[in-house]
Design a protein around this ligand. Structure first.
Ligand code: NAD
Length: 269
């Protein structure tokens, strides 16, 4: 069978370089194109060399139209860029693996509309460990109920632009699903000043930004007598890149639809 052809958009970004490496390290997939935003100093550079692997003969371009000979786009860029890439993917019948986080609700609606006839995997976090943690959190919330105060903590590097992280929000949704409530109605995203006592049933979030922290997440279920913690620490971005390439390979055999890593890893009940 021919290799699956993957376009890496945002190929000079922190994740973009990892993705190029992950594709090069994976059998059955190949880098078919690499893009960057207009004005990037990396336009014209070889995507493989920039990623620290071999020369691939794939020059980074700011013209995605030159990448139409491909099966899947892997996109870890920024919301507005992902929307533009989605329109291109839909127009050329390509699948999409989306890792970008920080979408506004209206942008997400637009993304779903644009990709309504495409095979798509979208996940706030492509690590296998985090996706297992999401299942465990849902189950814990179901068993413990709201007698246990639920809090979610996350920490990331100083360059991250959105908060709480997409993964922390996914943990919040898993927790809310386990309790049969809506996250929007129970989340407390910040506390400052005279906040009053903790509202029963609320799901609290707290955030740290600093240095080069790759990604740490913790869900806490706190009772007067005990505390349960489900904790995940990512120590290398490659974990997300490998998961995204795995999602891309998995997508090859799928019909149009909106999937996440729980589907890719077969973690759904
Ligand atoms: P980054 O800023 O290092 O990389 C983003 C790259 O996208 C940059 O090089 C930027 O120039 C490029 N870009 C912007 N607009 C573009 C366009 N129109 N065309 C082509 N390239 C464009 O950021 P990062 O740390 O790599 O993270 C990128 C995104 O991925 C963020 O939203 C982050 O939260 C998310 N992320 C998700 C996961 C996950 O597992 N889902 C893991 C890590 C990061």
């Amino acid at each position: 069978m021919a290799d699956m052809r993957i376009v890496i958009v945002g190929a000079s970004g922190r994740m973009g370089r990892m993705l190029v490496r992950a594709v090069c390290d994976t059998q059955g997939v190949t880098v078919a194109g690499a893009t960057e935003r207009s004005g990037s100093p990396f336009i014209g550079r070889d995507a493989g060399e920039l990623a620290g692997v071999e020369t691939l003969g794939i020059k980074i371009t700011d013209n995605i139209q030159s990448c139409c000979e491909a099966d899947v786009i892997i996109d870890f860029t920024a919301p507005a860029a992902t929307l533009a890439h989605a329109a291109f993917a839909a127009e050329h019948g390509m699948g999409m693996v989306i890792g970008t986080t920080g979408f506004e609700a209206a942008q997400l609606d637009a993304l779903r509309e644009i990709l309504s006839n495409s095979p798509v995997v979208m996940a706030a976090n492509y690590s296998v460990g985090v996706n297992l943690a999401l299942s465990l959190i849902e189950r814990a919330a179901e068993v413990l109920g709201d007698d246990y105060d639920a809090e979610i903590f996350e920490a990331h590097h100083k360059h991250k632009v959105d908060a709480p992280s997409g993964t922390a929000l996914a943990m919040g949704r898993a927790l809310a699903a386990g309790r049969c409530v809506k996250l929007d109605e129970t989340a407390v995203y910040s506390r400052e000043g005279i906040t009053g006592a903790r509202k029963p049933g609320s799901i609290g979030f707290s955030v740290v930004r600093g240095g080069n922290i790759v990604g740490e997440h913790q869900a806490m279920f706190i009772a007067d007598e005990e505390r349960i913690e489900i904790n995940h620490v990512a120590s290398d971005r490659m974990v997300f890149a490998k998961g995204a390439v795995r999602a891309g390979s998995w997508l090859m055999s799928k019909d149009a639809g909106w999937y996440d890593m729980q589907d890719v890893l077969n973690l759904r009940d």
